[in-house]
Write a protein that binds this ligand. Structure first.
Ligand code: CP
Ligand code: NVA
Length: 297
């Protein structure tokens, strides 16, 4: 039976550990010449812009021996009214998997229902599970462990935060999230977090004694109309030197990127010695190769 990856919860804790181990092997170059997906074709259907997700998937697919086909909905018939069901069924006859970046998470679920090949969430309004895989790998790489790590997320309780909460609860990371009232993570995600996440409003409290400090943009793709209002509401939720001083001395700083420097993070922190954001971006490639191999070989 085909397996999808729409949320982090689609993996068991054992599978997550196997994937992380495999990602580290890929990074070391182990099995670099093996092409487990040789002869396969994998589609990328992206309704939104992307730098990291698109490039890391296209490069990863190539390195695994397969072909990547990038599709903009405006350039295929879905943009002229062909249904999602028909598109999913037709694509399943050509492709061995589809990675989708979309606005509504429901679109993704509906596509997956009609697709007979694995569907991977390349970001929706509610989840960004591929990002969470790279986040865990980066924490493991830098801290040597996941269990018991104290992670502070400061900012919007958005797609990135939701997936990070799910990943943290599986990996037994203790997460504190500080967000303005009304911008908390999804209630169903919080409910499933098994007590591994605490939601606060005060960024200083969230960051206190943290091993990892994480932030994301205040204005996500598709929220441009709310930009002005959100920038006002999130003003005190910026990762700057003063806030970072509250964390452990050896705390690392993560950001899924793209960063809006001067908003959710200062240049000083982003480019500072505690920032590991570029390693984190690189790890998208390694974790996604492990995921593609797991789902599609
Ligand atoms: N972090 C991330 O998904 O980046 P892109 O939007 O550039 O793909
Ligand atoms: N929350 C951001 C993440 C970008 C990778 C967005 O959805 O735009």
């Amino acid at each position: 039976m085909k397996r999808d990856f729409l949320t982090v919860m689609d993996l068991s804790s054992n599978e997550l550990n196997i994937l992380l181990k495999r990602s580290i092997d890929f990074k070391k170059g182990i099995d670099a010449n093996k092409c487990p997906l040789i002869g396969k074709s994998i589609g990328l259907l992206f309704e939104k812009a992307s730098t990291r997700t698109r490039i890391s998937f296209e490069v990863g697919i190539y390195q695994l021996g397969a072909q990547a086909i990038y599709m903009n909905p405006k350039e295929i018939q879905i943009g002229r009214g062909e249904t999602l069901h028909d598109t999913a069924k037709v694509m399943s006859r050509y492709l061995h998997g589809v990675i989708i970046r979309t606005f509504s998470h429901k679109t993704l679920e509906e596509f997956a229902r009609y697709s007979s090949v694995p569907v991977i969430n390349g970001l929706s309004d509610k989840h960004h599970p591929c990002q969470a895989l790279a986040d865990l790998m980066t924490i493991l790489e830098k801290k040597g462990t996941l269990e018991g790590i104290k992670l502070a997320f400061v900012g919007d309780g958005n797609n990135v935060a939701n997936s990070l909460i799910e990943a943290s609860s599986i990996a037994k990371i203790k997460m504190k999230i500080a967000c303005p009232k009304g911008y908390e993570p999804a209630p169903d995600v919080l409910k499933r977090a098994n007590g591994y996440v605490e939601v606060l409003n005060d960024p200083l409290k969230a960051v206190e004694n943290a091993d990892v400090v994480y932030t994301d943009v205040w204005v996500s793709m598709g929220q441009e109309k709310e930009a002005l209002m959100k920038r006002k509401k999130f003003k005190k939720y910026q990762i700057n030197k003063k806030i970072l001083e509250r964390a452990k001395k050896d705390a690392i700083v993560l950001h899924c990127m793209p960063a809006h420097r001067g908003e959710e993070i200062t240049d000083e922190v982003m480019d500072g010695p505690q920032s590991v954001v570029f390693d984190q971006a690189e790890n998208r490639l390694h974790t996604q190769k492990a995921l593609l191999e797991f789902l599609m070989s």
